[in-house]
Design a protein around this ligand. Structure first.
Ligand SMILES: [Zn+2]
Ligand SMILES: [Zn+2]
Length: 237
């Protein structure tokens, strides 16, 4: 409440500045023109958010053959400029303000999906967990930072203690697809009761979807009723 009041007062004194073009923005960190110019994903696979070439095909070639533990996967944007700069700024340059920017952008897409009945509102938001060694080095989990802004915007609680990364896997981006799929198996553990819950997993970028597929599988095995995946961005392979 107090933070909202401070935010309102600051806004009254000084207008927001767009983080991309420095023009005036209204109540957000990005101006309306820059929002329009972002690489929004309009057609993508229902289970892994891979961009699809045409309408009418709900699944990509990979997802037709894998178990459907993910009920719905949404990535708001393509992992292209300037989204990639915002993500890497948050992840590797400690620009924590960018978590709010990315959270605001993801919230735009999620609210649209809720309004159009594409998604049902989840009971819990769970950020994709980071191994405690990596967390100790970085001091924050970027997925959790983004999830915090979604919690505030969508009024859905964030639960970050029930999913654990129990194995510290190498960075997925440096590995081949087959190795990534093998590598992630058994890397996570569910602690706590998720039975009958509708859960949204939140991540910054989906690369192969191996991580979110594995998480969705263990959540379903633990009794989760529905697993949605919300990511800010998706790579195109
Ligand atoms: Zn702008
Ligand atoms: Zn797919």
């Amino acid at each position: 409440m107090a933070t909202n009041l401070v935010d309102s007062l600051l806004l009254a004194i000084e207008p927001w500045r767009c983080v991309l073009c420095r023009d005036t923005a209204y109540g957000m960190d990005i101006c309306a023109d820059c929002i329009d110019d972002l690489p929004w994903l309009t057609r993508s696979c229902r289970r892994c958010a891979l961009p699809l070439p045409s309408t009418g095909i709900p699944l990509c070639g990979n997802c037709i053959h894998v178990p459907a533990d993910i009920d719905h996967c949404i990535a708001a944007l393509a992992y292209d400029y300037p989204v990639d700069r915002l993500v890497t700024g948050l992840k590797y340059q400690r620009k924590l303000l960018f978590a709010r920017v990315l959270g605001e952008l993801l919230a735009i897409r999620i609210k649209e999906a809720l309004v159009y009945g594409e998604l049902e509102i989840p009971e819990l938001i769970m950020p994709v967990p980071m191994h405690r060694w990596r967390l100790a080095r970085r001091t924050y989990n970027q997925a959790e930072e983004i999830a915090r802004w979604l919690q505030r915007d969508l009024r859905v609680p964030v639960e970050s203690s029930q999913l654990l990364r129990v194995r510290n896997t190498p960075r997925q981006t440096s590995l081949s697809r087959a190795v990534r799929l093998r590598n992630i198996h058994g890397a996570f553990h569910v602690r706590g009761n998720v039975a009958d819950k509708r859960i949204a997993l939140v991540d910054d970028v989906i690369t192969t979807a191996a991580t979110v597929r594995e998480l969705a599988q263990i959540l379903k095995r633990a009794g989760a009723a529905e697993v949605q995946v919300w990511a800010v961005a998706r790579t195109d392979s």
